[in-house]
Design a protein around this ligand. Structure first.
Ligand code: C2O
Length: 538
């Protein structure tokens, strides 16, 4: 492969959205950030130079990082933050992966403005397992705050309350015509009739799962998290923060209109406030071309039908949609999913609370505590030395302990209504996995504020999603229904709201790997843990 060099200069930039101008942190003055493009087998060398006062670090979301754990990026997990005036070089080879991924800042809420597509083309002699699309289009969803996002999360840490929600969603940084004074800030894409486009869809929103639909068009899903899937057709997709989905869009030969609205808005089942606004963009047939009628070139959204999305809390849509994903494997050529499990884990994931510190007033749950979130009742405190550094130099003392519980500290039972799972302790605990351990992990949603679907992301691996269900996971019955033939392989999966998901993976990637909810608010509250895959098999 080639070596491709990129330079990320972290600079401030004034950006106007929703009629307000604010100074944001950008990569090279761009918002969203630049596309990083490579080919399978290439080496990427990205030099980051930090010219702003905030600390930064960058994660290449979904890249396996074989033997390059120092390039993974989460602050205090694999590296110390890149401070003002400093630089850092991310250097890694893309092995055995092709498709749509993305990159983002991985410290505090800096990824609100520091994110962009990471596109890996197949090797020169390889092709897509479907007809080559006419054109490829990146669609990257984000969230926009009028306020400074660092202030928003800091405020939440101080008061213990939930942070303010975003003021709009964005497509490629643009809110679109349904928001105040944003008609000129609308994502518009010209297409030709009778062609196939590949949309590379990325959810970079901070805190929301999103439904997405294009009026009068269906989409064929062909890839998830940079792994091909058995193609299936749908009019609506659901995408969690962290996930990427490639779809094929076949344009009409003789469209009735020349402009069509695309929309996205959240899927949300919890309680409390969230941004329930809708973002819109426009698909525009090139009406100067033969095959399109030239009548309705009016792109004002007032005159266009807005496609209907599933209800905000449509858990049934999401459950059905999630089950449509299957890998290209089949009974004759089954997926490489571990058939025998060396190590079983059961993790509860969800919100809870911490007591309010003395001399402080808190506005969290019951107005007297602080929001917290945990895995197995452990809310992870980030260390002040990066875990990888302490592990590498054998100086774990005072940094982390290796006693992460493999089952919840507080027994869990889901009996109809979501139980209060407020019992949270704080710590920096890791799971140690010997090289080549085959792992099964069942993640069970818990909650204090209604059940919620948590998008869980694992660094350093892809995992197979072998099962999912609602209510309590039943270790006696549920494994019998696992799909061990063609489960989808991905790096981020929504733990079903009020339910569970089972994943399997082979721990064949030495290093220190973060796992966390990809809702930035839950990550900040401690819904995160780390595993260390050690070199020695024991
Ligand atoms: Cu996309 Cu740890 O993150």
């Amino acid at each position: 492969g080639l070596t491709r060099h990129y330079k990320f200069d972290i600079r401030l930039k004034n950006v106007t959205r929703l009629c307000k101008t604010k100074t944001i942190v950008t990569v090279n003055g761009k918002f969203p950030g630049p596309r990083v493009v490579a080919r399978e087998g290439d080496r990427l060398v990205v030099k980051v130079v930090n010219h702003v006062s905030n600390n930064v670090s960058f994660h290449w979301h979904g890249i396996r990082q074989f033997r390059s754990g120092w390039a993974d990026g989460p602050a205090y997990i694999t590296q110390c933050p890149i401070q003002s005036g400093q630089s850092y070089v991310y250097n890694f080879t893309i092995t055995g992966q092709r498709g749509t991924l993305w990159w983002h800042a991985h410290i505090s809420w800096m990824r609100a403005t520091l994110y962009g597509p990471l596109i890996i083309y197949p090797q020169h002699n390889a092709s897509y397992p479907f007809d080559k699309p006419h054109k490829e289009v990146s669609i990257i969803f984000g969230e926009w705050w009028n306020a400074n996002t660092e202030a928003v999360i800091n405020q939440s840490h101080v008061t213990g309350a939930g942070p303010n929600v975003s003021d709009s969603y964005t497509i490629n940084g643009l809110p679109g015509p349904l928001y105040n004074c944003s008609a000129k800030d609308t994502f518009k894409r010209k297409v030709r009739p009778g062609k196939t486009y590949m949309l590379r869809i990325i959810n970079a929103a901070l805190n929301d799962n999103l439904f997405f639909r294009i009026a009068n068009h269906t989409m064929t899903v062909v890839e998830a998290d940079a792994v091909y899937v058995k193609p299936f057709e749908t009019d609506t997709i659901l995408i969690t923060p962290g996930q990427t989905t490639n779809v094929l869009l076949k344009t009409h030969h003789n469209p009735q209109q020349t402009t069509f609205v695309m929309v996205a808005r959240p899927y949300f089942t919890g309680q409390g406030t969230f941004d329930n606004s809708t973002i819109a963009g426009i698909l525009m047939y090139d009406h100067n071309l033969p095959g399109t009628t030239s009548s309705s070139s009016n792109t004002s959204i007032k005159y266009l039908p807005i496609p209907t999305l599933p209800p905000i809390n449509s858990t049934s849509f999401v459950a059905n949609f999630t089950k449509k994903f299957h890998s290209l494997a089949n009974a004759k050529f089954p997926a490489n999913v571990p058939q025998n499990v060396d190590k079983h884990f059961f993790f509860t994931v969800g919100l809870g609370s911490n007591p309010c510190p003395k001399n402080q007033t808190c506005q969290g749950p019951n107005n007297s505590s602080k929001f917290a979130a945990s895995v197995n009742n452990v809310s992870m405190i980030l260390p002040t030395t990066a875990l990888l550094q302490s592990y590498f130099f054998r100086k774990s003392n005072g940094v982390y302990t290796s006693d992460f519980p493999s089952v919840p500290l507080v027994p869990f039972n889901y009996t109809g209504t979501p139980p209060n799972n407020t019992n949270i302790s704080n710590g920096t605990k890791v799971v140690v996995l010997p090289y080549n351990t085959s792992v099964e992990l069942v993640m069970q949603d818990t909650s204090v504020l209604g059940s919620e679907s948590h998008p869980l992301h694992l660094h350093g691996y892809n995992f197979y999603v072998v099962g999912q269900g609602s209510g309590n996971f039943d270790p006696k019955k549920d494994p019998a229904n696992y799909n061990l033939v063609d489960p989808v392989e991905r790096n981020t999966i929504g733990v079903p709201s009020g339910g569970w998901v089972a994943i399997r993976f082979l721990a064949n990637n030495p290093g220190v790997w973060f796992m966390h909810c990809h809702f930035e608010v839950h990550l900040s509250w401690g819904l995160r843990m780390a595993c260390i895959n050690v070199e020695e098999s024991s």
